[in-house]
Write a protein that binds this ligand. Structure first.
Ligand code: AVI
Length: 319
């Protein structure tokens, strides 16, 4: 079975499970086809979605410090998990290249398309940069790199992607990264912070409805790829941020009762009016919570970087 076929089967099993459950759920992991990627790019450009701008500010402000920290043990591999379009990373890469630091940039992404686009744009922007894109799941590639590459590793995970995982899965994710790290390696990771609840609520319930379309893409994908008949326009996006737990939750809510048939799965499922599908969590953190996650995973916080509006933080970890 190809990687694509395995992923598709996983998606189908997930849909079967999530739509047969009570309450119903679907994972935001499956939003990202080409249309989903494009909608996420639009989200990152929204005035309300402060995360990208804040992390960009962190990288821009602290780039020279980061260069020194990353380069502390000489030549290294800069490994990025979930590279995307690399807009924030490009600031770091430029800083390293302009200062003639010896390193190889290794972006890892599940999408070969994303890797190819990024590599292509870097060839023009920074011709002397050594790029070695790797397509695949993070941990398989990381394990392989840890076995064959003996230079110190700096692993970067930007964008608070960890926030889309519940705490136990986040710990699992950090533990897996920790397993491939040795004493000279570093992990640099973004964690969106708890703040005025309204700022968070607005970031995930934008006035242009892009986040709604982003979530609805799950239903479009089911209709297209599994021969489903979701009346997509009858599902509205609802965001609910809990300032106590720091969890922002996304739902799609049926505004009319309906029966949905998904032929490929031989599944019929009924929605009552106002019934929900839980689609995503976007966890917000504080230093204590990140400290706890690090402790649970066998990592130590070495340094914390913050943007000028105090919205977002990147943490530097070692083992
Ligand atoms: C990818 N991830 C970190 C985004 C977030 O903020 O949770 C996904 C997203 N969902 C709605 N808007 C953005």
């Amino acid at each position: 079975m190809t990687k694509q076929e395995t992923f598709q089967l996983e998606f189908e099993n997930h849909v079967k499970e999530g739509l047969s459950a009570f309450p119903k759920f679907l994972s935001s992991k499956y939003i990202y086809d080409d249309r989903g990627d494009e909608l996420f790019q639009q989200i990152m450009a929204l005035p309300e979605y402060y995360l990208t701008k804040a992390e960009f500010n962190i990288v821009e402000t602290h780039k020279s410090k980061l260069r020194k920290v990353f380069n502390a043990h000489g030549a290294f591999d800069l490994i990025e998990l979930g590279a995307g379009d690399g807009k924030k990373t490009k600031v770091l890469l430029k800083e390293l290249v302009l200062n003639e630091v010896e390193f190889t940039y290794i972006p890892i992404d599940i999408s070969q398309h994303a890797i190819d686009d990024l590599t292509h744009s870097l060839t023009t922007l920074l011709p002397s940069l050594e790029v070695q894109g790797e397509q695949g799941t993070y941990f398989k590639v990381l394990e392989r790199l840890a076995t064959y590459n003996k230079r110190p590793k700096v692993i970067i995970v930007l964008g608070s992607n960890i926030g889309n995982l519940e705490h136990p899965q986040a710990i699992d994710f950090l533990k897996k990264i920790k397993e491939v790290m040795s004493s000279k390696d570093l992990l640099f990771m973004g964690f969106d912070q708890k703040k005025n609840p309204l700022t968070i609520q607005n970031a995930y319930a934008d006035s242009q409805g892009v986040t709604q379309e982003f979530n609805r893409n799950l239903l479009h994908r089911i209709n297209k790829e599994m021969d489903g008949n979701f009346p997509v326009d009858n599902f509205e996006h609802w965001e609910s941020y809990d300032p106590e737990t720091g969890t922002a939750k996304s739902f799609l809510i049926a505004t009319e009762s309906c029966e949905v048939e998904i032929k490929k799965l031989q599944l019929k499922t009924f929605f009552k009016k106002w019934e929900t599908i839980h689609c995503e969590i976007s966890q917000k953190y504080d230093d204590d919570t990140v400290e706890w996650l690090a402790h649970q995973s066998g990592l130590q916080i070495e340094e914390i970087y913050e943007d000028h509006q105090k919205l977002f933080k990147d943490y530097l970890f070692k083992i």
